[in-house]
Design a protein around this ligand. Structure first.
Ligand code: ADP
Length: 630
């Protein structure tokens, strides 16, 4: 058995480093103990050492699967320059050279080999692997195995079989993607054996994180004005839509602030100029959609504001990560209004259309009996009576990916600009009942996005340390403490609705929000009291979903196992739909009658205010949509 002492001496001898970076010691220790592991660390934090160093110590060969073919040669050259015997096998080298390299691995002349995932398509290659003494199987960019992600590579799905055929060789999966769903997918799809998961390096101690609950657009603008005045450096204001970029940009400009605006719908020249102005400091702020940020490495961004909440904690953390790259203190403020959820619901609905919509779009195309069809998205939407044009666009995209249709690119620039001249080619005449699309695939993805949205809403309502909440969501359980710098750790500076410090708190809204708190009807009040009573009886031991399921009298296994069906409040709202009950629960959380407590399993409980409302000792207004049973 190899020890950590071997690792430390190898670190100095082979790599010339004095010490491990955060996380490396634990990972390498676990590998030397022979265990499977998943390593999640941000890019540039030193993941490669986690397999390169064990490779030098272990007896056999370490095989590294990597999709980054273009980098393999450089990686191998760098290792060789340090005197580490390494090689690579990918499509850039000839068949005979591949064979020669496999022979040299067989003779144990190399300690490490990088392999491109498509090599495993060849059964001859897989057979050749059997004769190589492999000690460790490292899967780099392991998120490529997850169909949840945008980097999905089908070749990665073969790896499970390869690992099995190598006698369940010890396996290490590495990724910079910290989404919990992706992580569990990696474990499942690779068939890892009781792996330990290591998440580290995601904390950005110089960022202070704050969520400000706002009700009116005016409050949001005045908050940004205050930030701009109190911070001399640059700031990014993220909005959820292009339209909001334009509107917020105008409002800030007319308030006399120095701002550029940026979104993907602007002409290239205007967009590039906006970016230049911001990067050079000619404008203090840039109001932008999430199209702004990729590859932006301005080190001195002092504040990032989210004018509307982003769609997930992942997106949020990536976007605020652009602040304070120079390590100096920087401020991140999320201006939360529950009504902004509607924008995301609309996006999700549009991006993951119901199968019915996909079929209707296909039917409409087939009914033309043409091979080349000149119909715009708007025209198709009108024909099938779909209001969300984005859903039609997504349906076309899904049909294209399944190989049923092909869309031609617009021929000239003018057409491209006006989004005309794009025609649809029918590639086959499959009957609509035989489409090569898995309906659950689309709905599963939509459901995942909804889950992520719920997670960011829970984050906005937590009264626990914001930093700890995020890091724990990513699986970094080492971070259990209070950071001391976020809005919840220093509540004195947090601005809430009733805070007199908000200059124009009482000002009339410049744009009415979709769902504002309102007085309740008697029926609604009764439902609210039922929900609070049920939450009270569940004693803060369960999450939101369990509360809703119990109220709806669900026979789900978890509900029955926890014997929640024995509560007097079980099934009290069985006539209501899941979403409806959920909107009540969310509104009660927003009104601070219920509290979500963060953790690996966030729980929900009643507050003092909630108790008073339940006992009819206090009246409240709630942000409930105007529909339901009344
Ligand atoms: P990742 O794969 O996580 O993106 P790399 O493995 O490429 O990151 O590492 C980034 C850089 O950090 C490399 O230049 C590497 O040599 C360096 N590095 C890794 N571990 C250490 C260490 N313990 N001490 C000093 N430098 C390190």
């Amino acid at each position: 058995m190899h020890s950590l002492a071997d690792a430390i001496s190898s670190l100095q001898k082979h790599f010339g480093f004095d010490d491990f970076r955060e996380g490396q010691r634990e990972v390498i220790g676990s590998i030397l103990e022979g265990k499977d592991a998943v390593v999640v660390m941000p890019t540039g934090s030193g993941k490669s050492l986690c397999y390169q160093l064990p490779a030098m110590i272990l007896d056999g060969v370490t095989l590294v699967v990597s999709p980054l073919i273009a980098l393999m040669k450089d990686q191998v050259d760098a290792l060789r320059a340090r005197g580490l015997p390494a090689t690579f096998i990918n499509s850039s080298i000839s068949e005979s050279e591949q064979r020669a390299r496999i022979d040299s691995l067989r003779r144990r002349e190399q300690k490490l080999v990088y392999i491109a995932p498509e090599r495993f398509r060849s059964s001859r290659f897989n057979a050749a692997l059997q004769s190589i003494p492999i000690s460790l199987f490292a899967v780099d960019e392991a998120h490529c195995i997850s169909t949840w992600g945008h980097d999905f590579r089908p070749d990665y799905l073969r790896l499970r079989g390869v690992i099995k055929s190598l006698g369940r060789v010890q396996t290490l999966a590495l990724t910079a993607t910290a989404t919990p769903y992706v992580r569990s997918d990696i474990i499942q799809q690779l068939g890892l054996n009781q792996p330990q998961t290591f998440v580290s390096g995601f904390d950005r101690p110089n960022l202070s994180i704050e969520v400000v609950h706002t009700e009116r657009e005016r409050q949001k603008i005045s908050h940004i004005r205050r930030l701009a005045k109190t911070h001399s450096g640059s700031g990014i204001i993220y909005t959820a839509t292009r339209k909001a970029v334009e509107q917020v940009g105008l409002k800030l400009q007319s308030a006399g602030l120095s701002v550029s605006t940026y979104h993907a719908g602007m002409p290239d020249s205007v967009r590039i100029k906006a970016q230049d102005n911001f990067m050079s400091g000619r404008t203090q702020m840039i109001v932008a959609t999430n199209a702004f940020g990729m590859g932006i490495d301005k080190p001195d961004i002092r504040f990032v504001v989210h004018y509307q909440m982003p769609g997930s904690i992942e997106a949020y953390y990536q976007e605020i990560g652009r602040a304070g790259r120079d390590g100096l203190p920087s401020t991140c403020v999320l201006l939360f209004n529950y009504a902004d959820k509607n924008t995301h619901d609309f996006f999700i609905e549009g991006s993951y259309p119901e199968f019915k919509v996909i079929k209707e779009v296909y039917d409409t195309l087939a009914a033309t009996e043409l091979r080349r069809i000149e119909l715009s998205t708007a025209e198709i939407a009108a024909r099938i009576g779909e209001r969300n044009e984005m859903a039609v666009q997504s349906a076309l995209y899904i049909l294209e990916r399944a190989g049923h249709i092909q869309r031609t690119a617009p021929v000239n620039r003018e057409d491209r600009r006006s989004r005309q001249g794009r025609s649809i080619i029918m590639l086959d005449s499959t009957p609509v009942t035989k489409l090569r699309i898995e309906p659950t695939d689309v709905s599963r993805r939509g459901e995942l996005e909804r889950r992520k949205l719920r997670a960011i809403i829970d984050f906005c309502y937590t009264d626990y340390c914001y930093r700890a909440h995020i890091l724990r969501y990513f699986g970094d359980r080492q971070y259990e403490r209070q950071c001391g710098t976020c809005g919840n750790c220093r509540p004195a500076t947090a601005v809430h609705l009733s805070d007199p410090d908000v200059e124009d708190h009482k000002a009339t809204p410049s744009a009415p929000v979709d769902v504002t708190p309102r007085a309740l009807t008697d029926d609604e009040l009764l439902r609210v009291r039922k929900i609070l009573a049920c939450a009270k009886r569940m004693n803060g031991r369960f999450g939101k979903t369990m509360l809703v399921s119990t109220l709806r009298g669900s026979a789900a296994k978890q509900v029955l196992t926890a014997r929640l069906n024995e509560l007097s409040t079980y099934g009290l709202l069985k006539e209501m739909a899941q979403d409806e009950v959920l909107s009540y629960v969310d509104a009660l959380v927003e009104a601070r009658c219920l509290r979500v407590k963060a953790g690996a399993y966030p729980t929900i409980s009643t507050t003092e205010l909630g108790d008073r409302v339940m006992r009819e000792q206090e009246q409240i207004a709630l942000a409930l949509p105007l529909n339901g049973h009344d």
